[in-house]
Design a protein around this ligand. Structure first.
Ligand SMILES: Cc1cc2nc3c(=O)[nH]c(=O)nc-3n(C[C@H](O)[C@H](O)[C@H](O)COP(=O)(O)OP(=O)(O)OC[C@H]3O[C@@H](n4cnc5c(N)ncnc54)[C@H](O)[C@@H]3O)c2cc1C
Length: 119
């Protein structure tokens, strides 16, 4: 996605009654974009300013905890997320010298039931 240094307007038109409020957000990282999405859904006009000329992958994996995925689910993004995400079955902490498992936490469906959204 190419972004210039000028403002980018984002208003999905879902909200109402706050059309006179304008918010400027500096930075189109996940924080800025999530804030913009939340505000736009409430009808706030949002302008996002990003210094980088381009937004692109930086080549890392990203763990998304249940509190975050719960918000994305609320925004109707469960399906696109499920297409690209892997749901871990368990979390294990191991001794790096021997590989011995020190602790194990089951995840998957049990985790989703407990926290209301997948990890
Ligand atoms: C290698 C690595 C692995 C990670 N793994 C995970 C993980 O698995 N799970 C997890 O939850 N988190 C992970 N994190 C942390 C996560 O990436 C950050 O917490 C998150 O991206 C921060 O988002 P942000 O929007 O606050 O900031 P950023 O993503 O840093 O976005 C800030 C944006 O603001 C722009 N900007 C800065 N100053 C200005 C300005 N003055 N004007 C306009 N634009 C500006 C920047 O160009 C940038 O695009 C990882 C981080 C790294 C580096």
């Amino acid at each position: 996605m190419a972004l210039s240094k000028v403002a980018h307007h984002w208003d999905d038109g879902l909200g109402a009654g706050m059309d006179t409020l304008r918010v400027a957000i500096a930075g189109a990282g996940i924080g800025g974009l999530a804030a913009a999405m939340a505000l736009a859904r409430e009808g706030v006009r949002v302008d996002i300013y990003e210094q980088a000329s381009e937004l692109r992958e930086v080549g890392v994996g990203l763990h998304l905890a249940s509190n975050g995925s719960r918000i994305l689910r609320g925004w109707g993004l469960s399906e696109p997320l499920a297409r690209v995400a892997v749901r871990p079955a368990a979390l294990e902490v191991r001794d790096w010298t021997s590989g011995r498992t020190l602790t194990r936490q089951d995840m998957g469906d049990a985790w989703e039931r407990r926290f209301g959204a997948p990890f």
